[in-house]
Design a protein around this ligand. Structure first.
Ligand code: HEC
Ligand code: HEC
Length: 264
């Protein structure tokens, strides 16, 4: 009985560690991969393709193309630019989906199915089994600066100084001079600059922390760069507050309106 309890705790420990750690996660069992494959072929393959190349039958009908998983390049992560995503990052993407794209939220799948399909999509790229990719460099947002008119004004100054406007436009509407020429992502698909004054055009970044992560990690595979090395942590929080105010339509320098938003 004691041995049984011990082994249950041990397996649970390995599971939790493998799931959250930044070291190379433990290889999942064959059963998990088989379960993940079943879910994938049934639910995800119509978009992402049976071989994970992003070429499922639905892909030709949608503008934002499904991800090709074979390159192991992911946009929404908690890791530094160029790094693989963590298991939790992938699990979160599967659970939340992406606004303004065909990728839905999959909370209708059980946590076990989401976990299994997450493990299965990793098998499409050799990067996940290459020990040189680990440990992942995780970005842990800390020391967040509260939203205030002063912080938003500082953020606006950083937005102009860092030339975010070249792509996103001076007003954030996605009409910067560079946007005119059109961009392609790493997979050769056309990519649009979102209107940051319209919450419906933003794929993920709606909270201050999510916004902070987008320009700290950079969206690998897209023209959206990482500013981790060129801005201090404090500057990045001011910038995140400014973008938050833009996205949520807060009158930017009107302290009263910002105050109101803090207490919904
Ligand atoms: C109706 C089409 C569709 C279905 C079904 C679909 N996806 Fe997606 N998925 C997309 C699109 C489109 C994107 C690209 C989003 C982008 O690049 O902004 C995407 C992107 C992703 C990403 C990449 C996120 C990143 O950070 O780069 C993951 C992971 C993902 N899908 C997993 C899945 C899994 C697992 C399933 C099945 C449970 C699934 N998708 C089903 C359309 C779909
Ligand atoms: C070279 C052009 C370029 C520059 C410069 C740039 N961006 Fe972006 N940005 C993009 C593109 C393209 C996307 C859309 C990526 C996608 O949807 O896959 C994007 C997306 C975003 C998003 C939305 C993410 C989401 O969840 O949909 C935010 C927020 C953002 N950028 C903020 C910034 C900030 C702040 C700066 C300056 C510090 C900046 N960007 C500089 C091209 C750029």
């Amino acid at each position: 009985m004691k041995i049984k309890l011990f082994s249950v705790l041990f397996i649970l420990g390995v599971f939790i560690y493998g799931f959250t750690g930044n070291d190379q996660p433990n290889r999942p069992s064959k059963d998990v991969i088989e379960q993940g494959k079943k879910v994938f072929n049934y639910v995800c393959a119509p978009c992402h393709g049976k071989d994970g190349k992003g070429d499922g039958v639905v892909s030709s009908t949608i503008f934002v193309k499904p991800r090709n998983f074979t390159t192991g390049v992911y946009k929404f992560r908690s890791t530094e630019s160029g790094n693989l995503p963590t298991d939790s990052d992938l699990y979160e993407s599967i659970s939340l989906g992406f606004h303004n794209t065909a990728m839905p939220s999959f909370t209708n799948l059980s946590p076990e199915d989401r976990f299994a399909v997450m493990e299965y999509i990793k098998t499409f790229s050799e990067r996940f089994s290459n020990p040189n990719e680990y440990p992942l460099k995780i970005i842990e947002p800390a020391n967040q600066i509260p939203l205030s008119p002063e912080s938003v004004a500082k953020g606006r100054e950083i937005y102009l100084r860092m030339k975010c406007w070249e792509c996103h436009g001076v007003s954030g509407k996605g009409d910067g001079p560079a946007a005119k020429y059109g961009f392609k992502d790493d997979w050769g698909n056309k990519i649009l600059i979102p209107d940051l004054t319209n919450p419906n055009e933003v794929k993920r970044a709606t909270t201050v922390e999510e916004i902070y992560l987008v320009f700290t990690t950079g969206l690998n595979g897209s023209p959206m760069p990482s500013y981790k090395e060129v801005l201090t942590d404090e500057e990045r929080w001011h910038l995140a507050n400014y973008i938050y105010a833009l996205i949520h339509g807060i009158a930017l320098y009107d302290g009263k309106t910002i105050e109101q938003l803090k207490t919904p």
